[in-house]
Design a binder for this molecule. Structure first.
Ligand SMILES: Cc1ncc(COP(=O)(O)O)c(C=O)c1O
Length: 394
């Protein structure tokens, strides 16, 4: 009998984590790799949050928490949703999980049946498709390009809907393209969706605060979408808390209860110290972490100007998150330093081996013409990395 399940054998390894592991391996061999592959802020968690965690340890928060999160954390999330997003939730609509990733795994686990289709505008975040497939769902990719700033149009959405469509998953600001749907653009999608009341939206807003253009808009803000939207958020990105592992949802009560049930059998409540620290993080106004967003914007402008100086890199102007997603198909079919570049994976590997810069190929984000470069790195590292890339490809 086969040792491992078909389920795990059919699952792709997270491309971002795989690239980070490869970069670590090369570093171990003494190579000076600049890592621009991972999606995590290079800032420390702010002191006011660390202090809250230390206090929680000293106050002996060491027992299992309620599965769906401490009541006062859920209250802080409710207040945050109201303050930042004008969304009204009650405690039974909130579930706190071990990162937004677990929120998404819960949602798929409780909502996707075999053969259900889940529409995802591409490029999408690496894990969406595999989480859906793990639950026997079918990811339905809607291709977008730089021409529409990598955003799905209402016409494309309409064309992708079939009687089997169960959900739509998307992130705004988007990982990997940095695109942000304006309120009007969301309304355009909502106008299509209101004609299909059995379709649910997963609105992944984890990059909400890393926004360089203005007010964040949430799908659930529309009254006619509220009951069909699950809003996913978390503290990893805006608060530089990736390793603390706290994410949360605001959802229709039936779905939240089902996620609670699922989590109760799989992981129980999220880490108790991190939950206590998250109360402090969320209770402060977002302006408290604006210094990080300001710095990301400077880096965004820097990396765009450097990349646009290299022949063969075509970019959109990312309005949020901390990635650029250049189209590098110009290099396909060419030979660089004796290496034939057939696709984005070859190109990303070429950059790792020849420029010693770690990026991620776009294939796993659903766009094989692009690579993702994270600019959550110092300005010096960005300048050096792009200089090396320019030298390697010219
Ligand atoms: C779009 C998107 N959603 C969800 C996640 C998961 O975040 P968390 O660290 O909260 O699990 C990430 C992390 O990279 C992401 O980029």
């Amino acid at each position: 009998m086969q040792l491992l399940s078909d389920r795990i054998l059919n699952m792709a390894t997270s491309a971002t984590l795989a690239m980070a592991a490869k970069a670590r391996e090369l570093r171990g061999e003494g190579k000076d790799i600049i890592g621009l592959s991972l999606g995590e802020p290079d800032f420390n968690t702010p002191d006011f949050i660390k202090d809250a965690a230390i206090q929680a340890i000293n106050e002996n928060y060491n027992s299992y928490s309620p599965v769906d999160g401490y009541a006062d954390l859920k209250q802080a999330i409710i207040t945050k949703f109201k303050r930042d997003n004008n969304l009204t939730y009650t405690p039974t609509q909130i579930v706190v999980s071990t990162g937004a990733k677990q929120c998404l795994a819960n949602i798929a686990g409780v909502m996707v049946n075999k053969g259900d289709e889940v529409i995802m505008p591409c490029p999408y975040w690496v894990s969406y498709a595999d989480i859906v497939k793990l639950n026997d769902g079918i990811p339905v990719e809607v291709k977008t390009t730089i021409a529409t700033d990598f955003k799905m149009t209402p016409e494309q959405l309409e064309a992708a809907i079939t009687p089997k469509t169960k959900m739509i998953w998307f992130s705004s600001p988007c990982n990997p393209s940095g695109s942000i749907y304006s309120k009007e653009e969301l309304r355009g999608l909502a106008d299509v969706l209101v004609k299909h009341p059995n379709i649910y939206v997963v609105s992944d807003e984890i990059y909400e605060h890393i926004n360089y253009v203005g007010k964040h808009a949430s799908m659930a803000e529309f009254e006619d979408m509220y009951n069909n939207t699950i809003t996913v958020n978390g503290v990893s990105k805006a608060f530089a808390m990736t390793g603390w592992r706290i994410g949360y949802i605001g959802a229709p009560e039936k779905i939240a209860r089902a996620c609670n049930k699922m989590q109760g059998q799989i992981t129980s409540g999220a880490n108790c110290i991190a939950q206590r620290a998250t109360i402090t993080a969320l209770n402060e106004p977002p302006s408290k972490v604006q210094y990080m967003i300001d710095e990301f914007k400077v880096r965004r402008d820097l990396i765009l100007s450097l990349l646009n100086d290299i022949e063969g890199f075509k970019t959109n102007v990312p309005e949020g998150a901390f990635y650029v997603f250049p189209n590098i198909s110009f290099f396909f079919g060419k030979t660089l330093k004796g290496k034939k570049i057939n696709n984005a994976s070859d190109f990303s590997m070429f950059l790792l081996e020849e420029a010693l810069v770690a990026t991620v190929d776009g294939e796993s984000f659903g766009n094989p013409d692009c690579i993702r470069i994270s600019y959550a790195a110092s300005q010096e590292q960005i300048i050096e990395a792009i200089k090396r890339i320019k030298e390697a490809v010219s």
